[in-house]
Design a protein around this ligand. Structure first.
Ligand code: GCV
Length: 612
């Protein structure tokens, strides 16, 4: 059966029996298992209260009262408290409810079994053009999702490749069978759809204003909801990175999204429309286009034009899941559109689940700037695959765990969520694992890769390992513009104007290099290497120092890891990956420092080795 490496449910190893049909059945089974392990928490009964919101719950004496799925979230909350040694009397009183009704995971799984940006092996549920899985592993996935409060799973990649079109057609019975395994865990399904799908089905056009096209989608929706009555909806990547979309027909994204929304509305379905639209055929010499401006420029004029059942899903930053980005101004600007933020748990630019990079502080930083009330939903690209540990690196499980915590409560603390993950998942090592490895991990990774808000210096395509010019002369709009004297892009009103997309207070903070957070300095400003940082160091010296420090810190983390009392085989797996991380950190240090040394001609103040 499934190994639960890196996840606290390992302390309650039994899957609820397969005959559990509802979240309430599952909750009862989980509470029985908990009572056997922690007798002080025995004797708690469950009461499903149709008057409560679907996902909320309250512990009232010995009764866990909740909505249809809320009782299950309550059962897992009780289990977490019990396993951290708390007493039932300490359990929070009152009704507990999630901040967002829709808490989504997006699988970028292809039906041939590969996973786009997957670092935990092949797809957990697709192989050879169809569903192929061990039912218990899917139930385990449902259990993992419910245990961290998530309730929607998109099964296929937003880049919809051909066989996936069958998902809402001849493969519907397979999709329904898959969904049935997740329903007892309160998880509903979504699929990505290809905007041009009617054409592949023989239609002459996919124009959203064409009545034949509208009727085609309505028929598809009828078939999907007939097979899966609680189906969540469709996820769409349109007019993005060569995917088809309404622009082909001179239509707006509101017209495209609303056409689909009207097809699914009679079934209570949703359309989740991604706002990842930019010019991916840019000439690097053209300074008039600035990619981070793209989403706001495209969608702000459409604010208020989307139907109620459309959710616009916007990446957390304006670029693409870089190590550090400011928040997306689109999420701060749109007032009359249902919005979702999209994070990426899969560590595409953040270490491929080899290097440690805890995302908890990414979530914290985001919600420090974006009030949760602005958002209708929250989404994240999964980091799960067929590897035995499900996450590749067992500690990458922390990113799913912390995502769930923030999806439920955006006021969560980054440090505390990592501490509870570590205490619960590795009780023997918990404190040091959190304090010395997970909490500092993002800062360490940032130092040796992309300090001061510089992104994109990665190997093209693969996105692991350094290549400072790899994306510099390419068509993707991803430039740092490093020259002999200066680096960075001026994004103030005097430059590309991007900063003007923010509300005044943020614009003012970002636009002045003295108040701009140092970790975003070169994202917002073009500065000479001699620029004085707050601590008196020159900017170029700071770049050198950060890369030396980052690589040294990775070595210190390796020394800590060697001493941690972790169970096998997690310990060996983590050590093996840490060795690779240290190699990676040294390579980043040398390549980036050499690049800037050669360009600037400035020597390191400490005379350390930089290659000539
Ligand atoms: C699914 C980036 C990634 C792509 C991904 C895309 C997206 O460009 O590199 O792999 O495609 O984002 O979010 O659509």
């Amino acid at each position: 059966m499934t190994n639960l490496r890196g996840f606290w449910l390992r302390s309650l190893p039994e899957l609820p029996p397969a005959h559990c049909a509802t979240p309430a059945d599952t909750a009862r089974a989980e509470l029985r298992q908990l009572a056997a392990r922690c007798p002080a928490w025995g004797g708690i009964g469950i009461s499903v209260d149709p008057a409560m919101d679907r996902d909320s719950y309250a512990l009232e004496g010995k009764i866990l009262r909740g909505g249809e799925a809320g009782v299950l979230y309550g059962a897992y909350a009780l289990a977490e408290a019990a396993l951290q040694g708390k007493a039932p009397a300490d359990f929070p009183g009152g009704v507990q409810a999630p901040a967002f009704p829709d808490r989504m995971l997006n699988g970028w799984d292809n039906m041939d079994g590969t996973v786009e940006r997957g670092y935990a092996g092949r797809s957990l549920w697709f192989e050879g053009g169809r569903f192929a899985y061990e039912p218990d592993r899917i139930r385990q996935l449902g259990r993992l999702m419910a245990s961290v409060g998530l309730n929607v799973l998109c099964v296929n990649n937003v880049n919809v490749h051909e066989p996936a079109e069958g998902l809402i057609d001849e493969l519907l019975p397979e999709l329904a069978a898959f969904g049935a395994l997740l329903r007892p865990f309160g998880v509903r399904l979504m699929t990505s759809v290809d905007f041009a799908q009617p054409i592949r089905d023989g239609m002459a056009t996919a124009d959203p204003l064409d009545e034949g096209v509208q009727a085609w989608w309505a028929r598809r929706a009828d078939a999907v909801w007939a097979a899966i009555p609680d189906f969540f909806g469709f996820l769409v990547k349109a007019d993005s990175e060569h995917r088809p979309g309404p622009f082909t027909y001179g239509r707006s994204h509101a017209e495209g999204a609303n056409m689909l929304a009207r097809a699914v509305a009679p079934h209570g379905g949703k359309v989740v429309w991604r706002a990842f639209v930019y010019n991916c055929m840019q000439d690097w010499r053209d300074h008039s286009i600035d990619r981070p401006c793209a989403a706001y420029d495209t969608y702000m004029p459409l604010d208020g034009a989307f139907d109620d059942n459309v959710i616009l899903q916007v990446k957390n930053g304006p670029y693409d899941f870089q190590v550090r980005e400011p928040v997306s101004p689109t999420l701060l600007g749109m007032e009359r559109t249902a919005l979702a933020v999209e994070f990426q748990l899969a560590q595409e630019y953040t270490g491929h689940q080899i290097d440690l990079y805890a995302l908890a502080s990414v979530f914290r930083d985001f919600f420090d700037d974006v009030p949760a009330q602005r958002l209708r939903a929250i989404a994240a690209v999964t980091n799960i695959g067929r590897d035995e540990s499900l996450f590749g690196h067992p500690f990458a499980a922390a990113n799913l765990y912390c995502y769930g915590k923030f999806a439920w409560n955006p006021g969560e603390s980054a440090e505390e969520s990592l501490r509870s993950w570590a205490r619960l998942s590795y009780p023997e090592a918990g404190e040091d694992l959190a304090e010395k490895l997970m909490i500092p991990s993002r800062g360490v990774y940032e130092r040796y890769t992309a300090t001061l808000g510089l992104g994109w210096m990665v190997t093209p395509g693969d996105h692991y390992g350094p290549n400072p010019s790899g994306y510099e002369y390419d068509r993707w709009g991803t430039y740092h513009r490093a020259s002999r004297d200066a680096v960075g892009i001026d994004r103030t009103r005097e430059g590309t104007g991007y900063a003007a997309q923010y509300p005044p207070e943020l614009e003012a903070r970002y636009s002045d290099p003295e108040t701009c957070p140092e970790n975003l300095l070169l994202f917002f400003h073009r500065l000479p290497y001699s620029w004085r940082m707050a601590d008196g160091r020159s900017m170029i010296q700071r770049i050198y120092d950060d890369h030396f420090d980052g690589a040294a810190m990775a070595e210190q983390m390796a020394a800590v890891l060697r001493e941690l009392p972790l169970p096998s085989p997690d310990r060996e797996e983590a050590l093996r990956r840490m060795e690779a991380q240290c190699r990676n950190a040294r390579e980043w240090r040398d390549v980036i420092n050499t690049f800037f040394h050669r360009l600037s001609g400035v020597e390191d103040a400490h005379g350390r080795m930089i290659y000539d």
